[in-house]
Design a protein around this ligand. Structure first.
Ligand SMILES: Nc1nc2c(ncn2[C@@H]2O[C@H](COP(=O)(O)OP(=O)(O)OP(=O)(O)O)[C@@H](O)[C@H]2O)c(=O)[nH]1
Ligand SMILES: [Mg+2]
Length: 147
């Protein structure tokens, strides 16, 4: 089964995002007709211990995920940039996410733009709390899984 890993610092919202994505999937799959159920892609979501934790399980998970979500919550994202290149080198397709986006007055747009400029990649703003951006993230994950 393909694995989608969720990476980020401690308290960056990894677990909350995992549950938000799970809810999204349940809602989506419930709308599929019985005939189509066999066509549903099953993936395993893998929650990890913070990348800022010594000897984190993230190291091991990084080796086995097809798609990696890298969560960023503020403008000190040096560590995350290092993980993004490490995950890419290991063959994972990395989706960069501004998590807890509801906590920003602009929904995370300015931080996303800063990260986009440095990483050269599109960044998604997501809130597990309000659900903003969760459906878009789910779509992006599915696109990456099909690559
Ligand atoms: N406002 C807001 N708070 C959030 C959001 N997601 C998570 N939180 C809060 O942020 C804190 C950390 O969330 P977790 O999902 O436990 O974060 P984590 O990265 O799994 O944390 P660890 O497993 O301890 O590293 C909790 O108090 C959550 O309620 C969000 O989208 N918006
Ligand atoms: Mg957690």
């Amino acid at each position: 089964m393909k694995q989608v890993g969720i990476f980020g610092k401690r308290k960056s919202g990894k677990s909350a995002l995992m549950y938000a994505l799970t809810r999204q999937k349940i809602i989506q799959d419930a709308s599929f007709s019985a005939m189509e159920i066999s066509g549903v892609t099953k993936v395993m979501l893998v929650d990890t211990v913070g990348v800022d934790v010594e000897g984190s399980t993230a190291e091991k998970s990084a080796q086995s995920v097809e798609v990696a979500l890298m969560l960023i919550t503020d403008d000190s994202f040096e560590l995350e940039l290092g993980w993004i290149s490490k995950l890419r080198k290991g063959g994972s397709s990395v989706i960069v996410v501004i998590s807890r986006a509801d906590l920003f007055a602009d929904g995370g747009a300015a931080l996303a733009a800063a990260v986009e400029e440095i990483s050269g990649q599109k960044v998604l703003c997501v809130s597990a709390e309000t659900g903003a951006g969760v459906a878009e993230l789910d779509e992006e994950i599915n696109r990456r899984l099909k690559e």
